[in-house]
Design a protein around this ligand. Structure first.
Ligand code: NAP
Ligand code: MG
Length: 401
């Protein structure tokens, strides 16, 4: 069979530890035999980031802007222990943080649904995608521990010196204070990324905040979404047969629990942090969660939601067998290849991505899976496979398809 040809390179960001091992296996077994793979390779493994003073991360983000689609392996975010382990010159920043800042994106996370791994919520039939605004609010806050009685004020000083001043509280004793912010620019990017993603995946979009209580702060989010929707997206949504609606966050939570799934739930930064952990664990496993960063000008970066699976890597280094789940990493590749196929009009690439996802799901549904899934599956006949044999089993299913 002739290999599928590509016209534009995919930005390939290699990573660390166990996921770096899976990365190579996936390429060797599932991609290179079928595709004339065209990638621009960036080694984001910690050693090379250290060697290049993290320039490689910045370069990979620039390349993503240039070509439009990237696929990223999980990477180590250095901490004190990693400083010694890798003899680092500096505690380099999180690559994901750097890339997110460069692309100004919103992160969409969706579970991969298979029969035999049932969500805890019985009525969830389709995946729920969480869209998390990744800027500001409590994550960029300023706090004061109030020592005793006194007056707390909120003051804004404009560039021309004029002031806006509001009393927060007249303290009669000790307490606490917190100042948070967001910007119209960031909220606008967030809204556009959500609307574009909804159109792209043909799913309804839900957005919720607490605007009844937060009449200026949260209300501003609601207004910006509504304004952009009416001006730029309402017609496109109608044409696509999908819906955008806004509701209060507590109403959204109640509706999500009763829903069938198959929609995007856009959340403010804190709500998204909390709710994505709830939704992903209720669907089964972090290793079955896809993640894509979408920028407001339509640049896509695909990855798995989990980390480098350090504990398994140390076992692997000792020569012990591992049973690490490669599904989310396989789906990062299929997501990126499908998007490349769509942008370049290469139908074979889209079909390939669809088939490889189908083969992965069918392999698990046939009872062949890694240990993490074997522990939670409702299937009766299960074969637990090691990291490599799972990928080989997917290839066998793929070849049959
Ligand atoms: P992790 O790599 O996600 O792993 C945590 C635990 O979850 C594992 O020990 C394993 O449990 C289970 N797990 C996660 N992915 C799995 C998979 N594919 N197959 C089977 N089990 C899986 O998180 P971490 O250990 O906290 O972090 C390790 C490194 O990853 C850190 O250096 C961190 O900075 C980095 N990280 C990177 C990203 C990213 O690049 N996107 C995200 C998060 C963390 P058991 O040990 O019980 O088997
Ligand atoms: Mg969290």
């Amino acid at each position: 069979m002739e290999k599928i040809k590509m016209t534009t390179p995919l930005v390939e960001m290699d990573g660390d530890e166990m996921t770096r091992i899976l990365w190579k296996m996936i390429k060797d077994e599932l991609l290179l035999p079928y595709i004339d793979l065209k990638t621009e390779y960036y080694d984001l493994g910690l050693e090379y980031r250290n060697e290049t003073n993290d320039q490689v991360t910045l370069d990979s983000a620039e390349a993503t802007k240039k070509y439009g689609v990237a696929v990223k392996c999980a990477t180590i975010t250095p901490n004190a222990a990693r400083m010694t382990e890798y003899n680092l010159k500096e505690m380099w920043k999180s690559p994901n943080g750097t890339i997110r800042a460069a692309l100004d994106g919103t992160v969409f996370r969706a579970p991969i649904v298979v029969k035999g791994i049932e969500p805890c919520v019985r009525n969830w039939e389709k995946p729920i995608t969480l869209a998390r605004h990744a800027y500001g609010d409590v994550y960029k806050n300023t706090e004061i521990k109030v020592p005793g009685a006194g007056k707390a004020e909120l003051v804004f000083t404009a560039e021309d010196g004029t002031e806006i001043r509001e009393t927060i509280h007249q303290f009669t004793g000790a307490g606490i204070l917190q100042g948070i912010h967001n910007t119209d620019k960031s909220i606008t990017s967030f809204a556009k990324a959500c609307f574009n993603y909804a159109l792209d995946t043909k799913q309804d979009l839900w957005f919720a905040t607490k605007d009844t209580i937060s009449k200026k702060y949260d209300h501003n989010f609601k207004d910006i979404f509504q304004d952009i929707y009416e001006k730029e997206y309402a017609e496109k949504f109608t044409a696509a047969g999908i819906e955008y609606f806004y509701t209060l966050i507590d109403d959204a939570v109640a509706r999500v629990m009763k829903a069938k799934g198959g929609f995007i739930w856009a959340c403010k930064n804190y709500d998204g942090d909390v709710m994505s952990d709830m939704v992903s664990s209720a669907f089964g496993s972090l290793a079955m969660m896809t993640s894509v960063l979408v920028s407001p000008d339509g640049v896509y970066e695909y990855e798995a939601a989990h980390g480098t699976v350090q504990r398994h890597y140390y076992k692997h280094l000792k020569g012990e067998e591992t049973s690490t789940n490669s599904v989310a990493t396989i789906f990062a590749w299929t997501g990126a290849l499908r998007k490349r196929g769509e942008l370049d009009g290469i139908k074979e690439l889209i079909t390939f991505a669809d088939k490889l996802e189908k083969a992965t799901i069918q392999t698990i549904e046939a009872g062949k899976m890694t240990k993490d899934l074997a522990l939670i599956t409702s299937l009766k006949e299960v074969t637990v496979l090691n990291s490599e044999n799972f990928i080989k089993a997917v290839r066998e299913t793929f070849d049959k398809l």
